[in-house]
Ligand binder design. Structure first.
Ligand code: IMP
Length: 176
């Protein structure tokens, strides 16, 4: 229960907001006037996708994908499965995968391989958070909000057992 756990704020809502403005301007500069299809990886990227998309300007489309993954510390299987697929045909489009956090990279590697088979014009990744020390797959993340240590974090979309997603900040979750 929440009462048994400690939250240590890692990034305030202001820090998150200003980093997203920077990311959006970097991304828009790279794509110029071209349309960008944001692929929001549910559920954790919900708020990040909403905020990033509103700062990107220009032509932006949004679609959703959901992947069930059993990452490193919970299982050794490294399995990732699509639970909800995209609605939009991505062939010949500029696809930008929007991830909340990249930990082992298993989920992202699986998604990238799948989307590459659909022949997008370009395929890039933006992740709000990255834990480089935890990486087990060699995935190329083009835009990163913040690199963090190998800690479990919640808030701003990130959950622990479906809780804490609605925190407006990002915090390290520690056993109390
Ligand atoms: P990966 O496949 O190990 O890179 O795991 C990616 C997914 O695991 C993320 O999209 C999150 O859903 C979840 N995840 C990894 N680390 C954390 C964390 O610190 N807090 C909350 N969820 C996490």
């Amino acid at each position: 229960m929440a009462a048994d756990r400690d939250l240590e704020v890692l990034f305030t809502r202001e820090q998150i907001a200003s980093r997203i403005v920077e990311l959006a301007s970097e991304i828009r500069a790279a794509y110029g006037d071209e349309e960008i299809l944001l692929v929001c990886v549910l559920k954790g990227s919900l708020y990040f996708t909403a905020d990033l998309s509103r700062h990107l300007g220009g032509n932006v489309q949004i679609d959703f994908v959901q992947i069930s993954s059993y990452h490193g510390r919970k299982s050794s299987s490294g399995v990732a499965q699509i639970r909800k697929d995209l609605d939009i045909n991505i062939e010949d489009r500029n696809v930008l995968i929007v991830e909340d956090i990249v930990d082992t990279g298993v989920t992202l590697e699986h998604l990238v391989k799948l989307l590459e088979t659909r022949k997008p014009k370009s395929l890039r990744i933006v992740a709000l958070l990255s834990k480089p020390e935890a990486r087990q797959c060699d995935v190329d993340i083009h835009y990163v909000g913040f690199c963090i240590a190998n800690e479990f974090v919640v808030g701003y979309g990130l959950d622990f057992a479906e809780r804490y997603r609605n925190l407006p900040y990002i915090a390290i979750l520690r056993e109390g």
